[in-house]
Ligand binder design. Sequence first.
Ligand code: GUN
Ligand code: FE
Length: 403
Amino acid sequence: MKNIRTNIFNPVSPDQVDYLPDHVLSIDNGKITQICSFSDFHGSWEDQRSCICLPGFIDLHVHLSQYRIRGLYHPALLPWLDSSVFPEEQKSLSEAYATALSRDFFSALIKAGTTFSVIYTAPFREAAEAAFEVAHDMGAKAKIGMTMMDRNAPQGLLQTTGYAISNSIRLHEKWNSESLSYIFTPRFAPTCSAELMREVADYAKSHDAFIQTHLSENPDEMAWVKEIFGKSSYTEVYESLGILGPRSILGHAIHLSDPEMDVLSSSGSSIAHCPDSNFYLKSGEFPLSRVKAHNIPFGLGSDVGAGTSLNMLYHAKQMNFRQNTDPVLPSEMLYRISLANAKILHLDHRMGSLDIGKDADILFFRIPDGLYLGEHSLSQLCFSSEDFLLAKVLVDGVNRLGS
Ligand code: GUN
Ligand code: FE
């Protein structure tokens, strides 16, 4: 049992964050067991009054196998995949390489305050298996997928449909806890056959499994999809194959018509919005107000390696900065890297906010010298996060920072 005296910011909705100054947060057996005002508390406590305390961050879209090529610039998606991404992903065929990379990656996630992530690896069983083993060893929580590509990929990365499906199913059967589970990961329509996507969709539906892929990120990609599938829209390709649904997460989804948004909305699919990546690759501006008007659930992803950082506060700031006219308030910036993502993952009974019964995945940020504590501290954290020291990262109640 541990009692921590601190100042809590708890996300509730895009418009609401609860501020609980000078409260005591109690943790037992990895769970939050009590949150009460210090004036009502009796007992011993650890002093974190110089910190603000938030739920662990959730990264909804990140490519582990691209971690070492972050910042390796190319100004457009398809040439970047060919020149930077595919040669690097090829290296994760080596289990030793994939294991060392996974160790670096999960250590860096903790240093950034990310306590749950939704991961693409490379198109090799070895890459996904290494990521799972390392996550398990390090107590990291994630959904992890082996990226699937059974057409239009370079020789060394190209899978047979059978390899992609059978290894994914094996991984899905092996890693099946709420803390660490498999997510089916057809990379995107251009590198996946209709047969592969249909099999993934059918299996995922009958096993309540999650699917992630990319959708309408870049005009050249969209033209390629049109050329291959001949459908009236990119969204229709996924819809017709059964890829959409309440356990489907679509990366980017920038260039969508209103009818496509209606389809996403009625299917219950979610979007992983990756604002940093969208401007890095000059993919375009996320249609924020239209996505909201269509009631499509969305949250933030770093999209490393097209994203340049694992720091979700940085991406929350980019969400604001990468809208020309729509302001994004701090309450929403926090929500989109915590509770929104937990809901999309159907894990909001376990994480996403600081509530009794949830996992004790908790961050403590020290207020910089010269700034004073108050309700405004969240805004200062969101816009000037580099001034705040991340002092402690609890995962299931255990401090993982520095370990
Ligand atoms: N579309 C297909 N693959 C990728 C990828 O690895 N990164 C991004 N940003 N978009 C993609
Ligand atoms: Fe991506």
